[in-house]
Design a protein around this ligand. Structure first.
Ligand SMILES: Cc1cc2nc3c(=O)[nH]c(=O)nc-3n(C[C@H](O)[C@H](O)[C@H](O)COP(=O)(O)O)c2cc1C
Length: 180
């Protein structure tokens, strides 16, 4: 039987989960068998030929469920199991006219690279920054107490075409691994 690809995600407010669902759907359309699971529920990786891990950044750090996932599965991930990682996410686009607009994405990428550097053994096959979604009315404590955060406008910078395109490229790369 063909082996499966695992799409594991960490998500507090659901936006990364929705991206993980879109990634899983795209991989399936391209012929891969896919399991989609919250990262914190994954106990073993033996059944998989490749892993995609998605997580948001919060306060400069990758979601703790993703950090724990990487620590817990170090052995499998250093034993030849390919992993691709996507992370959100920028929630401010700037006005698109100033140089700062692109800086938000670059800053998220830097944060992500810093987080992944904590795992020197990790060698992802692909790393992608995706846009985030922000809803000030859904802020949790302690962030809901910070006026500057409450006053930020709602946003959703997830680019579904780009996300599906990334997953499509990934499907082509994972094809040989998934059919071993
Ligand atoms: C309190 C708070 C802190 C955040 N910190 C960061 C950050 O440090 N870097 C970043 O790129 N995005 C940051 N974001 C944006 C989130 O990554 C984005 O909203 C993401 O879509 C949330 O994912 P989720 O809905 O799956 O929980 C932050 C969002 C909130 C609400």
């Amino acid at each position: 039987m063909d082996k499966k690809v695992l799409v594991a995600y960490a998500s507090t407010h659901g936006s990364t989960q929705e991206v993980a669902e879109a990634v899983a759907a795209t991989l399936r359309v391209h012929g891969l068998t896919v399991d989609l699971q919250p990262a914190r529920d994954v106990r073993r990786l033996q059944d998989y030929s490749a892993v995609v891990l998605g997580a948001p950044l919060y306060m400069f750090h990758l979601h703790k469920d993703a950090l724990r996932f990487l620590s817990r599965h170090q052995k499998a991930l250093t034993g030849g199991l390919p992993i691709a990682i996507f992370a959100g996410g920028p929630i401010e686009s700037g006005d698109g006219k100033t140089p700062e607009a692109g800086d938000v994405w670059q800053e998220t990428r830097k944060q992500l690279d810093r987080e992944l550097a904590k795992y020197p053994w990790l060698s992802p096959a692909a790393v992608e920054v995706i846009g985030g979604r922000f809803d000030p009315s859904g802020l949790r404590l302690p962030w809901s107490l910070i006026p500057a955060m409450r006053q930020m406008p709602p946003s959703d910078l997830r680019d579904w075409e780009a996300i599906r395109g990334w997953a499509r490229d990934l499907a082509a790369r994972l094809q040989p691994a998934a059919s071993n």
